[in-house]
Write a protein that binds this ligand. Structure first.
Ligand SMILES: O=P(O)(O)OP(=O)(O)OP(=O)(O)OC[C@H]1O[C@@H](n2cnc3c(O)ncnc32)[C@H](O)[C@@H]1O
Ligand SMILES: [Mg+2]
Length: 172
């Protein structure tokens, strides 16, 4: 059985990976891996880099065969500030596999706080008057009326990582 390490202790990310890997013969564990990017990544590139760093760190420090890194960020566009989420799957000796998540714009009052240097996690808790939004619904869950939670969004990313991994390792 393959040993897969998820590079975070955030329950939303762990649950997403568990859901995506439900029928996959693997032993799953988690490790608080280093993203080596800012606490609040501000571009796709920085967020992808965080996901790759987490995946590699998780695989190495957790002594697994595969590492999965999930990272949340935001990206500035002509249409406002958007949520962006990226995932990476790392296996030794191979280039990382990458997958991106759904994106929606953030309300301007939230966007302004982030541009001023605040982190989305605490900003969302204050806005929603809830604790640990980032560990459950996430901003995406709040602003989609609960239709797509942060867990759903990361599950989708994990499915795309796993599927690409299977495709790369398919029997010819
Ligand atoms: O423990 P880790 O894995 O770091 O989990 P995290 O929730 O901090 O997730 P990220 O580091 O990937 O997210 C980067 C930043 O964006 C925040 N964030 C990202 N997506 C969010 C969401 O949907 N809802 C609330 N906060 C979010 C988060 O709190 C961080 O400040
Ligand atoms: Mg974080």
């Amino acid at each position: 059985m393959k040993k897969i390490i998820i590079g975070s202790k955030n329950p939303a990310k762990i649950l997403a990976a568990e859901t995506a890997l439900k029928e996959y013969p693997a032993e799953l564990s988690s490790f608080d891996a280093a993203s080596n990017v800012s606490e609040q990544p501000f571009s796709d590139e920085e967020t992808i880099s965080g996901a790759i760093n987490r995946a590699r760190d998780a695989m190495q420090k957790g002594s697994g065969e595969i590492g999965i890194g999930l990272e949340g960020g935001v990206v500035e566009t002509e249409y406002g500030l958007y949520l962006c989420n990226w995932g990476a799957l790392y296996e030794e000796g191979q280039p990382p596999i990458i997958a991106g998540g759904a994106r929606i714009p953030l309300p301007e009052e939230i966007a302004e706080k982030l541009r001023a240097g605040m982190e989305l996690g605490p900003v969302m808790d204050e806005y929603a008057q809830k604790e640990n939004v980032r560990k459950k619904d996430g901003a995406i869950g709040i602003f989609t009326s609960g239709r797509i939670s942060r867990i759903d969004m990361f599950t989708h990313i994990c499915c795309m990582l796993l599927g690409q991994y299977e495709y790369r390792n398919r029997a010819e």
